[in-house]
Design a protein around this ligand. Sequence first.
Ligand SMILES: [Zn+2]
Length: 191
Amino acid sequence: MSNDAQELVVEYIIDEHDRILSFNDGFRVFAQENDACSLLPKVLGSELWDHIAGLEVREMYRLLLNQVRLTGRSIRVPYRCDAPWMLRDLELELEPLPGGLVRIRSRTRRLELRQALALLDPRTERDPTRMLLVCSWCKRIQDGSAWVEPDAYLQTHRLLTAKVLPQISHGMCGDCRTRVFAALNLGGTGV
Ligand SMILES: [Zn+2]
């Protein structure tokens, strides 16, 4: 793992209508690392909402953006954004700019290489009859009333060597909801 990867800062700016105005080199590198290069030409001018999966997560981003624009103060929230072969802790920062623009910046806090998880690889064949709920903020998987790490889930359900895996949908676990609301100074209530 290189120091460059550790220090990767992914940054983009959205306008007052939440359209992506610009992004930095870190954004380009991040897209390359995540096999999302084909998306890059389509990113400029697109709406932020085209790139955020899951209703609950979108709602959280809306709350965060509203708060930042209303108060004129930055907000920072930790989150996880894994690649199949890498566990990645990041910090999200939303910084208000004049004219309703917002700079959205992700800084890498921790990287940990692991054996690639087919569950997180979009090329993996999926079972259309099975669906897992993944928390978009911490990447844990809902298992009954608990939320567990993806590899623990696969082990428990004997899916580590499965060739066909369940589909994934995105939501938000209680811990992350509490954390984001704490960042919003709402004390984790009000949902
Ligand atoms: Zn979570």
